[in-house]
Design a protein around this ligand. Sequence first.
Ligand code: GUN
Ligand code: FE
Length: 429
Amino acid sequence: MGREVWRGNFCWSAEPERLKVLEQGYLMAQDGVVQGTAKELPDAWKGVPIHDFGDCLVIPGLTDLHMHAPQYEFTGMGMDMELLEWLNRQTFPVEARYAEEAYAERAYTLFTDDLKNSVTTRACIFATIHLPATEILMEKLEATGLKTMVGKVNMDRNSPDFLREADAKASADETLRWVDGCIGRFQNVQPILTPRFIPSCSDDLMRRLKQIQKQYHLPVQSHLSENPGEIEWVQSLCPESEFYGDAYDRFGLFGGEDCPTVMAHCVYSDEKEQQRIRERGVWIAHCPQSNINLSSGIAPVREFLERGLKVGLGSDVAGGSSISMFRAVTDAIQVSKLYWRMKDEDRKPLKLEEAFYLATVGSGSFFGKVGSFEPGYELDAVVLDDRRLNRLGSHTVRERLERICYLSDDREIAEKYVSGKEVLQKQNR
Ligand code: GUN
Ligand code: FE
């Protein structure tokens, strides 16, 4: 890939409260890694071919820290239920259809096409319990050029017969087969261990998953403290655990050394649970739209940030109905305003800068140095042609970014890069 120089309007975060803006400036990269940004091109970079993005806005790629690929086909449906009813009536029957490969093939084509055309450059994705369908999803994601972590879901209890693995051993064996099959097969897709949530995984299964996690050094993703009924259920299933997160931690599947873990939601994580999250370095995937749709509540994100927890944003499709990470940004801002006004006036609302930081650096950090244009970061970028939203040509870059977050759709996405490689280029530009 070598050395390259980009020219355009750049906008990125280095820290939560400050947006860096570079108007008509230069970004220097080597082998897909940012080397620096400057208003004038440094002498050392003169002569390197310049890729000029004109008046477009160039921002870091956004990472969706939590989503369910098989649920994409029912976005915007079943939205009048709470979590447990929604799982049983809407979600599980649809996920069961992925037992059939031809079905998975069709549905995952739609999902991966739309993800490729979105502003998302990286994502942590749940598949289903089905190994062949999960492999189909991984193959399709590999072809998009996006970098993703994908999990074959584990479920061996409290699930309907049509969506449950026979027992802990069968679930673990199938997971091993899947992980073994992934070795050396993909460049852009990595396996991530995915016990669905405590209610659907027996103690025996959790112990077996820990063995697999250790053996293959796998990351972990799951759900945590999303809904009051769910939390009560976990308490009755695991009376010995101090709190929901402890039920994962007892099995060593809650962060810590060599076990990067992302937990979605944390709407009801109290001080004790947040303390454990901090000690174990667990990432929180804040999924505001899902938390609205399933009447789950509002996660105390300001508290997370004040405590120095690692937080990113997720769409949680199809609890969330939109695949757009810009939508996640504005939803995070909007629910934080309600939280502040209705629940706790000491927790001030998120500003655009902060929510943008969460969707870029916050989520991206699960993948390493990802989500910024600071030196050393992988060059993931979205190029936005926002002429439709800036018709008078009168807006500052900061204003244009805000407007893009609230108003843009696929029409504004002109190009997309992951680790310096072009993954999307619109024809009609
Ligand atoms: N908890 C367990 N499974 C799910 C799921 O599919 N979506 C959400 N939002 N929460 C869950
Ligand atoms: Fe989820």
